[in-house]
Design a protein around this ligand. Structure first.
Ligand code: NAD
Length: 339
């Protein structure tokens, strides 16, 4: 039997890191039939949109997808393919584990945090306009009971299923009294239904400081969209950076996995970047498919190669100019050998 999975390679470094992930998944022996779909700037001329309907249809049909990063123009141009995909498929939960990997240079050891980010509303609702062009602009931040309830419930269910002890809701309810006030009240109501899991809340600025000073006080964090985006990158920084941080976008019965990092255009096509984040996203996908043993083997192989510190990309070397750093393909070869 083989699993049919939508593969969106993305652009920039996307092609290289997704190719690495496909090779590692194949090496586990789990048969995956990749339904390759292109999205991003490269398809606009042909389809008039960076996210053609047939790409969404493919994920809807297969129920599982994995994607490389897709470039989003800054300030102008088309809307983010990533945001559009999450909204169109109602992938409401963005799950970003941040776990220390021995051998990755970082200020901390044994970090094991999980960031649960609301993926469909907040400041990413996309309701933005010029009030006076060039002088004033406005963006509307939408928080609803429905979206808050399901994301907080997701965080508690995740905590329960994964033996986690505490969920922290992060917000700015002292200032954003209507929107984050609602987020916090709903979080407290959902928390009351999970007496077996501890619950607390933090104002986002304080949470950022405490995560840097005392990260061990946190376990699972649940946040509205923009705070989740920022705090999850902060948590990636605690465990050695974007190159090692996987992610998952989950809805009801549909999931799209992707690394946390972007398309790093300056490194595109150079066989330089770290494939770990995408390979670990592949492990999250294997887990989701029920292939737990294969997922664990991938995680162990990645950990082993990084711990040895020899066949690793430049970003995992103590000195980023270390001439012994290997390329994306060679690090992937080492991970496959370790499998
Ligand atoms: P980025 O993640 O591409 O790069 C940030 C930094 O991290 C850079 O210094 C880069 O060199 C480094 N880096 C990233 N991935 C790495 C890897 N695998 N190995 C080693 N180093 C790595 O973020 P950015 O520069 O802010 O964004 C570039 C583009 O990516 C933008 O168009 C942005 O919109 C897009 N983006 C897409 C996604 C996504 O598709 N989910 C996520 C974030 C950013």
């Amino acid at each position: 039997m083989s699993y049919r999975v939508t593969l969106i390679p993305g652009d920039g470094i996307g092609t290289e890191v997704t190719e690495a992930m496909c090779r590692v998944v194949a090496a586990t022996g789990v048969a995956v039939d990749w339904d390759v779909q292109q999205a991003g700037e490269g398809v606009i001329a042909q389809y008039g949109t960076p996210l053609p309907d047939h790409v969404l249809e493919s994920v809807r049909k297969n129920r599982v997808g994995i994607k490389g990063p897709v470039t989003t123009p800054i300030g102008t141009g088309f809307r983010s393919v990533n945001v559009a995909l999450r909204k169109a498929l109602d992938l409401y939960a963005n799950l970003r584990p941040a776990r220390s990997i021995p051998g990755v240079a970082s200020r901390y050891e044994d970090i094991d945090l999980v960031v649960v980010r609301e993926n469909t509303e907040g400041l990413y609702a996309g309701i933005e306009h010029d009030v006076i062009p060039g002088e004033a602009a406005e963006s509307i931040r939408v928080i609803t009971r429905r979206a808050t309830e399901r994301i907080v419930r997701f965080a508690f269910e995740y905590a329960r299923e994964n033996g986690r002890k505490q969920v922290t809701a992060v917000h700015k309810a002292n200032i954003l009294k209507a929107t984050d006030g609602l987020f916090l009240r709903v979080a407290q109501q959902v928390a009351a239904q999970y007496p077996d899991i501890a619950f607390n809340d933090r104002i986002v600025d304080n949470a950022c400081m405490q995560l840097v000073q005392r990260p061990y006080e946190y376990d699972v964090l649940v946040l509205p969209n923009l705070f989740g985006d920022i705090v999850s990158d902060l948590c990636s920084g605690l465990v050695g950076g974007l190159g090692v941080s996987p992610g998952a976008n989950l809805g009801d019965g549909v999931a799209v996995f992707e690394p946390v990092h972007g398309s790093a255009p300056k490194y595109a096509g150079q066989n330089r970047v770290n494939p770990t984040a995408t390979i670990l996203s592949g492990a999250l996908m294997l887990n989701y498919l029920g292939e737990r043993e294969a997922a664990a083997r991938v995680e162990h192989a990645v950990t082993q190669v990084i711990r040895e510190g020899v066949k690793v990309t430049y970003d995992l070397k103590a000195d980023r100019n270390d001439p012994t750093a290997v390329g994306t393909r060679e690090m992937t070869d080492a991970i496959i050998a370790a499998l």
